[in-house]
Design a binder for this molecule. Structure first.
Ligand code: ZN
Length: 239
């Protein structure tokens, strides 16, 4: 089975392999202790071995999907969010991934995220739970970009722009400031500053630029809509 994977990645890894990975793998099998939990308010199922984590994921997913709906991203199919100690897809440095073919998000548990972090990570200043929550938003955004755009998926840069913009949008103001301070960049950010090369070699800088561009007047969810409808393209010569 072939899967297209979009992940959240640590800084300084071989992103060429990670950002746009085609993986040939067998279907997932949950760990024996994992429980399937259907969220009350959304068409989301969580697979995790800790009921507290499952409850947290449902709460964050409900909030995230409500926000994404207001940004022209609508859920049209069921989504599974699986919390597991070892991700099945993507680069070993990934903190999370979205598997298009299965409408399934994979994430490391909050208790394990800190082990994967180093000081250079743009989100290193966040607590493990705050980072975990934001990763749910990032990967759910990929899921809804896929469900919204279908075969007309925007470029990888555009896809990551939307995911990082909404991830930073979900942070508290102090947490967002920490991320932005980790990768200072000039303003205004232009569309040309959001390209595959920056994404590949400094995803933290790309994330900071995405937010600054997204939050500038005249951009925001209207710009996301234009990306989804391919009226605007980021890095048109890229993936
Ligand atoms: Zn991503």
């Amino acid at each position: 089975m072939v899967h297209f994977v979009l992940g959240s990645i640590r800084e300084g890894t071989d992103l060429r392999k990670t950002l746009f990975a085609i993986c040939a793998v067998v279907a997932a099998s949950a760990a024996d202790a994992s429980q399937h939990t259907a969220c009350d308010t959304r068409n989301v199922t969580v697979i995790a071995n800790d009921p507290e984590v499952s409850s947290r994921v449902c709460t964050v997913a409900d909030r995230a999907l409500a926000r994404l709906e207001k940004c022209n991203l609508r859920q049209t199919q069921p989504i599974t969010i699986e919390i597991k100690a070892q991700l099945e897809y993507g680069h070993p440095a990934c903190l999370g991934a979205f598997v298009c073919a299965e409408n399934r998000v994979e994430l490391l548990p909050p208790s394990q995220i800190s082990d994967q972090m180093d000081d250079t990570h743009a989100f290193a200043g966040l607590s493990a739970t705050d980072l975990f929550d934001s990763l749910i938003v990032h990967e759910l955004t990929h899921a809804l970009v896929f469900q919204t755009a279908g075969d007309e998926m925007p470029t990888v840069s555009a896809n990551e722009y939307i995911a990082y913009a909404l991830q930073l949008d979900s942070l508290s103001a102090p947490n967002r400031r920490l991320v932005l301070q980790s990768h200072p960049t000039g303003t205004p950010v232009m569309a040309d500053d959001l390209n595959d090369m920056v994404l590949m070699f400094s995803p933290g800088l790309f994330a900071a630029r995405a937010w600054l561009h997204f939050s500038a007047p005249g951009h925001g969810c209207d710009f996301v809509k234009r990306l989804l409808e391919n009226e605007t393209r980021l890095n048109p010569g890229g993936y």
